[in-house]
Design a protein around this ligand. Structure first.
Ligand code: ATP
Ligand code: MG
Length: 812
């Protein structure tokens, strides 16, 4: 027909054309990455509209992210002269929200109902637990939240849960109370958005039939990651069960790729594909096998990797593009080196090869990895944007921790005071804070100093907070930056607060990452090796140390000791107060650094910027060049997922998603050492490297024997489990007590340039300073004009002093 000659269809291959122009009816398009699934969906919508088979109002399309929805809308409005607003295009949650807003009365919601995020949800549950005296040892608020979310995902109200034991009965009771509370307050959580709109459709025949008639064309992208309730929701909109048979007069087209199912942990069911085929009696199944995205070296890697998974629905992918560049693999001595290698390669790509920055992505398995990369990009003045998350220093938990640190440095920092006076919550209400602000304003003092003027219980609480900060200020005197941050994170209650939150684990990891950030800041700035206590916790089972660095013939000290020990010129540590000779304390310098990094360089909207995101967030996207960092055992595959086959296969699908994001260049890297969550880890390269075809690879650094000996039969954990004898810290041959890394690193094989300092100041001596009084020298480093001493001055804390400026006299 003439519709087939539409320019819209000009560039489609035969299978794509068939999919785009399918006659009305249900269809499943099952195809691998980059085969044009999303493009087919978008083009089909355009084609339906253009050929008059559909009006904008008859279309409902589900995308996986808001970003994808925006892109689809943007493409459609470029292709067509229509007002695309009438179309319902969005994520499941977005569409549910739209439905409930339109029918809030039928859904028994207030017009302006609020949506609770997970943090709000948890505090709501906590309030409930307190009110009803729930034993939080037996039922933690977090556990209750999971329970409620899980019930909702399965479409179950309290009355639907099968109660078989007293514990479940209690949980169901709380679920019930929680529902009543939400209803009273007019709020809905994410699960409720989905469930409430599902029930609305199920129970209101007129409404359901209205939408069934309206949405003649339903299209669902990333169908492999839908959960049970989402599938049921689609079914409600698509049709009704009549005499035991599902009957639908609309067309549902689902596209998906079982190899890219990566949200099982959130209830995604690949099984929905089989159910869909059966229940919708799907006749049309189309496979797309031509990949348009990647050069063949990249695609070969993806295909070879995923072939190691079992129970695949089976698809193959080919590309007409040439082999392109080999996939480059780099082994870094440290995570810092990995990041700086990435930066060098990115510069090269932009300068010499003409790549746009926004066409370059850096992907990582775990959010905490981004900090080091952000820092390297920042230092190189390369604009970047972090997707699906905030930049490290802008994350709420980090800002809270930094506010405590600032307050420690300066009690009169009112901004920081405001941020944390009631965070974590300590019963200081907004009203009290207002009173305090008024008092401070009228007396012209800081908030800190105004607390004594506030009376009553409110005043007592405020004074309690200030007293607590005073104690902390005292207790952290003379402590290393690491110790200060750890003390603050614990004593402020931040860690405990996040421990009870669903998303809290991530936040705690970030708080630990702040410790790491401080450590490497101290090292880079050259605050002296005494301050650099490299952590190795012998009790922690979290470190994924796989093999002794000794047996690998690597000296893990080498890269670390090459870090400068003196403050580099122009660094914060080298700033010296000309009056006192005082340098910035590590804490002061670190706070300046954090403020600078948070301040700018996050690319402006529309600015050409390198893209940073987790692998999960990258689904559906594509870039000319992709870097995947931290391809190491324990990180990718992640240690939490390595112990069973299902987990490992999901990790492999994640790796498949990551690799298939790349069009022209792909870079994989792993690092021998990595500071993560405040721990140094000695990782070996991922087993995934052994599953890639050698012909497609280029090892930039010599290939190390790594995980190559692994076979699935050797048992999960066989070669890398905790206690495999490879723990660095427990290896006495390393000349250090387990767990005491500062000792291990304290005797560097780096030759000292000048043996004898001329100033006579040595560690252990008592000295006198005009401003700070008497103190004890903890450490001395550098020589000549660079000589610095670390002195503990009791009340004034520990300072680094430049000996060429500060006048120190030896007391004893
Ligand atoms: P993923 O599984 O990663 O979501 P996908 O199957 O949805 O991938 P698309 O993103 O739709 O794939 O397409 C991948 C790339 O190939 C896009 O840049 C798209 O524009 C391009 N492409 C798809 N089909 C064709 C075609 N027939 N001719 C040229 N380019 C095409
Ligand atoms: Mg897609």
């Amino acid at each position: 027909s003439s519709a087939h000659h539409s320019p819209l269809l000009a560039n489609l291959n035969d299978e794509q054309l068939a999919a785009v122009t399918l006659p009305a009816g249900h269809a499943l398009i099952l195809a691998g990455a980059g085969s044009g699934k999303t493009r087919v969906l978008t083009t089909r919508i355009a084609w339906l509209l253009q050929t008059g088979q559909a009006t904008p109002g008859s279309i409902l399309a589900v995308t996986f992210t808001n970003k994808a929805a925006k892109e689809m809308l943007a493409r459609l409005s470029a292709m067509l002269p229509y007002n695309v607003r009438g179309m319902w295009i969005g994520t499941f949650h977005g569409l549910c929200n739209r439905l409930l807003r339109a029918h809030y009365q039928a859904a028994k919601l207030p017009q302006a109902f609020q949506i609770l995020d997970t943090q709000d949800q948890l505090s709501a549950i906590k309030r409930l637990c307190k009110q009803f005296n729930v034993d939080d040892e037996r039922f933690s608020p977090k556990q209750l939240m999971y329970f409620i979310a899980g019930c909702k995902e399965e479409g179950m109200r309290p009355g639907d849960v099968v109660v078989s034991d007293p514990d479940t009965r209690k949980k169901v009771e709380i679920y019930q109370l929680y529902e009543e509370q939400c209803q009273r307050e007019g709020v809905v959580d994410f699960g409720e958005l989905m469930l409430r709109s599902f029930e609305l459709l199920r129970d209101d025949v007129h409404l359901r039939q209205h939408y069934q008639r309206r949405f003649q064309h339903m299209l669902v992208d990333e169908f492999q990651d839908t959960n049970k309730l989402q599938y049921q929701w689609l079914k409600q909109l698509a049709g009704d069960v009549v005499e035991g048979r599902f009957v639908s007069s609309s067309s549902v087209i689902a596209v998906g790729d079982d190899d890219q199912s990566i949200y099982a942990f959130r209830g995604a069911r690949v099984g929905n594909m089989a159910d869909f085929i059966r229940e919708f009696d799907v006749r049309n199944q189309i496979k797309l096998e031509q990949n348009y995205r990647s050069h063949s070296n990249i695609l070969d890697c993806a295909n070879a990797l995923i072939s190691h998974n079992s129970n695949r629905l089976g698809k193959s992918l080919r590309t007409d593009q040439g082999p392109g560049e080999p996939v480059r693999i780099y082994e870094a001595p440290s995570d810092l080196a990995e990041a700086s290698w990435m930066v060098d390669e990115i510069k090269q790509l932009v300068k010499s090869d003409g790549f746009k920055r926004q066409e370059i992505a850096v992907l990582y398995r775990s959010n905490a990895q981004s900090r080091v990369i952000e820092s390297a990009l920042f230092n190189a003045s390369i604009p970047y944007r972090v997707y699906g998350g905030l930049r490290f220093f802008e994350r709420a938990e980090i800002k809270h921790a930094l506010a405590y640190l600032r307050l420690l440095e300066n009690p009169h920092d009112d901004t920081s005071f405001m941020r944390v006076v009631n965070f974590p919550p300590r019963g200081i209400g907004a009203r009290t804070v207002e009173v305090l602000q008024d008092t401070a304003r009228s007396s012209g003092t800081s908030l800190n100093d105004a607390v004594t003027a506030v009376g009553g219980t409110a005043g007592t609480k405020l004074q309690g907070f200030v007293a607590k900060m005073d104690v902390l200020r005292e207790r952290t005197q003379g402590k290393t930056l690491r110790e200060i941050i750890e003390t603050i994170e614990e004593e402020s209650g931040l860690i405990e607060h996040y421990r009870s939150e669903k998303e809290g684990a991530d936040r705690i990891e970030n708080l630990q990452e702040l410790v790491t950030a401080a450590e490497s800041f101290v090292t880079q700035e050259g605050f002296g090796r005494d301050a650099v206590a490299l952590p190795l916790d012998e009790h922690s089972g979290t470190s994924a140390i796989t093999q002794s660095p000794v047996s690998q013939g690597l000296d893990p000290r080498a890269p670390l000791l090459n870090e400068p020990l003196k403050p580099a010129e122009g660094t914060l540590a080298s700033l010296v107060n000309a009056d006192t000779g005082e340098t910035l304390s590590p804490l002061q310098a670190f706070l300046v650094h954090a403020a600078l990094e948070a301040g700018d360089n996050q690319a402006q909207a529309g600015q050409d910027a390198v893209q940073l995101m987790t692998v999960h967030a990258s689904k559906g996207l594509e870039f000319d060049a992709v870097f995947i960092g931290g391809v190491e055992e324990g990180l990718f595959p992640h240690e939490n997922a390595m112990m069973d086959r299902g987990g490992l296969e999901e990790e492999r699908r994640l790796a498949y998603v990551a690799i298939t994001r790349a069009r022209k260049r792909l870079y994989l890297s792993h690092s021998q050492t990595r500071m993560l969550h405040g721990q140094t880890r000695y990782n070996v390269k991922s087993r995934f490297f052994d599953e890639l075809p050698e012909e497609a690879l280029k090892w930039i650094t010599p290939r190390q024997a790594g995980f190559g000996t692994f076979t699935p039969n050797s048992g999960a954990g066989g070669a890398y489990g905790a206690g495999a004898g490879g723990r660095f810290g427990s290896n006495s041959g390393w000349g250090g007590r387990a767990g005491s890394t500062s000792e291990i690193f304290a005797s560097p094989p780096v030759p000292k340039q000048k043996a004898e300092p001329s100033h006579g100041i040595k560690a252990g001596l008592n000295v006198f300073h005009n401003k700070f009084g008497e103190g004890k020298v903890l450490a001395v480093e550098g020589a000549g004009d660079d000589a610095r001493a670390q002195v503990s001055f009791g009340r004034h804390g520990t300072k680094w002093l430049a000996l060429s400026i500060a006048k120190l006299t030896i007391v004893s």
